[in-house]
Design a protein around this ligand. Sequence first.
Ligand SMILES: [Zn+2]
Length: 310
Amino acid sequence: MLWKRKIIYVIAIVYLIIMMDHVMAKDDRLARLSSYFTRSREYYERYEEVLPPVIIYEGTEAVAEVEEEIEEDEGQGDVVIGSEAVIEDAPLPPVINITQWELQQIYKSEKKIAYFTFDDGPSLLVTPYILDILREENIKATFFIVGKSAQQHPEMIKRIYEEGHMLANHTYTHNYANIYKSTDKLIQELVETEELIQEILGLEYPLRLMRFPGGSFGDKASFKRAVNENDFIYLDWNSLNGDAEGLAMTEERLMQRFTSTAAKSDPLVILMHDTDTKSINIKLLPEMIKYLRDDGYIFDSLQEFVKGNE
Ligand SMILES: [Zn+2]
């Protein structure tokens, strides 16, 4: 039975070779990702030194909270703090340095705060109008953007950023078959989108915040773990107007859906979409804002929340 033993030896050797190859490939990928995020952390540290003062948007007033004395720069009308010149309405940096647990505390507040979030953009038909409304109402929102769309409309990414909103990651393709094929695929798309946004904006630090297409609900334990292990944090929502629940939605129906979800908790993370097919949101957004203001809500950007928790 010597030949049987030989076959077992051959199989064992082939198996060992395959396993070694697999381990080496994984090590290489991990080394690449880890160097990427070590680089990111260095950027945080470097960026920390030039952070502008915390700006709190409340109602229609933008209030600059500064500890040092503020001197007026006559020439530019800018606010000067110490040696750093800061324009009051300068875009807030999307640097966030908080943990997943800290981010989850957003739902724990007893204050009536509403955070608008827009997913799946940017688009040319809807995003500009949403931005106009937000500017008019002096509200800062968060845009969970799809890398592929960002590549098509980099000018919209710039505008979102320049108008002080927060940019966050919603994968590169938004294609469930691709992103949920494996944790590696998901992380690869997140990293690709991060790098693209940084390139468009000339930023040298990561966004870190992501939202799972379809939310983190269901059987995504391994994906959630992979996201956190790779230094990303994720956020779902607790309020929506149902704009993704069918194309033939009426304003009344969506408003009803929104008010019913808004009644359930005080801090609201509101999910909306700004893709080309969601032009109904251009009509709905002012109505939703009015409803929330009448109900005593103040608006805040996620940027302010995460800065307050750093
Ligand atoms: Zn989405």
